[in-house]
Ligand binder design. Structure first.
Ligand SMILES: [Zn+2]
Ligand SMILES: [Zn+2]
Length: 133
């Protein structure tokens, strides 16, 4: 039997692939449902309002959004999520669609060595040598 300490409450529980115990998971799920239901009824509510009405912390609500579990409705006025890269308002996740594409491209290009900049460096050195003479 695999027994672990819950990451959240510290109690011992039977490990079943999750980092928090079933009790904490249940609480989290209840909170999530509360937020989801509230946003369903009040799509234009701000995160502060949601937090007050549901008694779920703003931090937690933001986490749900970043995990992509909650999504703000189209045309929603509560611009509470920002792209971590460019700061534009987004509905779910961590980055806007544009940045997500760019980040992927950057990751790919950073794997291949940048030969061009190396060549430019050598040329500059040649010019400097000529000046000395
Ligand atoms: Zn727990
Ligand atoms: Zn962005």
């Amino acid at each position: 039997m695999d027994v672990r300490n819950c990451r959240k409450c510290g109690k011992i529980y039977q490990y079943d692939g999750f980092k928090i115990c079933p009790t904490c998971r249940k609480e989290d799920e209840i909170d999530f449902q509360k937020v989801k239901d509230y946003l369903y009824d009040n799509p234009n509510a701000t995160i502060q309002m949601v937090s007050e009405e549901t008694e779920v912390s703003e931090k937690k609500i933001l986490r749900y959004l970043k995990e992509g579990r909650l999504e703000l409705k189209d045309g929603s006025k509560n611009l509470i999520l920002e792209c971590e890269r460019c700061g534009v308002s987004i509905k779910t996740g961590r980055f806007c669609d544009k940045c997500a594409v760019e980040i992927e491209r950057e990751l790919k290009s950073s794997i291949s060595p940048k030969r061009d900049s190396h060549k430019a460096g050598n040329e500059r050195m040649h010019i400097a040598d000529r000046h000395k003479k």
